[in-house]
Design a protein. Sequence first.
Length: 213
Amino acid sequence: MFSIRKPLPSAPMEPFKTLSGVAAPLPMINVDTDMIIPKQFLKTIKRTGLGSALFHEMRTKPDGSENPDFMLNKPAYKNAKMLVTGANFGCGSSREHAPWALLDFGIRVVFAPSFADIFYNNCFKNGILPVVLPQNIIDKLMDDAERGSNAVISVDLEKQEVRGPDGGCVTFEIDPYRKQCLLNGWDDIGLTLRHQKEISDFEAARKIQAPWL
């Protein structure tokens, strides 16, 4: 019988409540998961260590050296906590390594006009907040992000607000269930382990009722 008494060894998901920091601008549409994390880095099932491979083909030159023109290699964005990008972000294959790479780099919020469905769902399961905003608001955030370290953007998940460096504030929509999971740091395993006592009680009773199973 399947048992969840011993949690999987992966670290628990970090709760998300508020975040303030620099956002990196990536003014591109249809950024697919192979661009986010190329296929040669998918051999591992660990969630850590993938940040160095994030946007690998754009961050590095053919000879393997760092591309100084790519935004994440610029000093202002090497510690970016957010990403502002174009429509249909995360399209392509359904690799969960894509949000793993973003999270390992330090990105916890992605702003875009739209996301690919599977990537969008995977973000919530890994502690990343994908924020869907109208194109005109994304354009404004992109302008803010291009100002580098002089422009700090703040996100309040409880209030569902985004505040720009000039004091402007916009609200965003989010599914209430997903919001609660992020606020509490509940991934799929965490949600299951909330019912650990009930599951353990069921397993104990089941062994008595059907010892042959």
